[in-house]
Design a protein. Sequence first.
Length: 403
Amino acid sequence: MRAFFALIIIALFFSCGNEITTLKPGKWRVNLEVQDGKTLPFMMEYKADKTFVISNAEERIQITDIQIEGDSITIQAPVFEGVLKGVFVSEEKIEGSFIKTSLNRIVPFSMFFGKENRFESDAEATVNVTGNWETVFSPNSDEDRYISKGTFTQNGNNVTGTFRTTTGDYRYLEGIVENNIMKLSTFDGAHAFLFEATVTDSTLTGVFYSGNHWKEPFVAKRNEAYELPDADSLTYLKEGYDRFDFSFPDKDGNIISMQDDRFKNKVVLVQIMGTWCPNCLDETKFYSQYLRENNHDDLEIIALAFEYAPTKEKAFSAINRLKETIGVPYPILLAQVGTSNKKKANEKLPMLNHILSYPTTIYIDKAGEVRKIHTGFNGPATGKKFTEFKAEFEGFVSQLLKE
């Protein structure tokens, strides 16, 4: 069945009917087809240097891996495995699918040249969403329910901001308020998010779409004083454990353990992450930059990757792509393959009460004692929270290094 599916994809995207071999420079709007007949738009600009740049509010993502063959085009994300495969309908329109092979997910898209706006609307905003919103996703589900804090800034009918959760944030969201309807979207090469909500002066009632495979309701109320639980209190060592340990292979097949000499008498940060995870990407960029700017001989950072890629070879390929693209200076071990399921991950690290989030970082002092476990990551899209995290991180690591 999978082989048949692959043949269909090849036949569709490499049909080579119209011989279009150039791509018009300028802005392109991409519309992904999600559930309920909704369209998830995002903007890309094709540059003179033959690269695409995705824009989400302040975020810019450069794509250099672009292949055109006849009337077919392939646009490969720089870190994640997501790929846009399409066919030129004309010089100003491309149709195809956004594909994530490891998860067997396909989202149809249309791509239009010369579009200036992410969302098209002539209607003025009748409400203003600027401020903080106490939010609950899947409010009627005991299993899927989780809390969040929405923070938005509105100028005219244009909106930017994000939703923070106990496990991270939804990164850079951008959109509009049309009459009393808020629409926000983002796309990073792997994750496609759309939020639509009806707005009153004090409430939001909406639906969150992730690609075309998931949707859930959310509700929110204005609350300028609202804050999420402390990220350092959610994950901890279970009773009966006084140390954190791991034993996983690196890319060369060597088993690396917390008991190795390289970690003795050093401060060690253990990052639990996945190469598919957007918050992990933000955190990895931060850690990599910190190490480049702060050369401490008595500090080690090591990552444990929990990958949904179906084989070890594909998982390490994803790890290597991340390391090369970002310039990660610390080791990334393969902790799990075939699933990113957190319950399965917890079986690999039984000393933790749970793995609530990718990423999670364990701070270990020079004596081998766990001093803090930080759940999630407030990335640059969270603004003030990201600034606060950086200051707290640098202060706490400096304290551990001086002990």
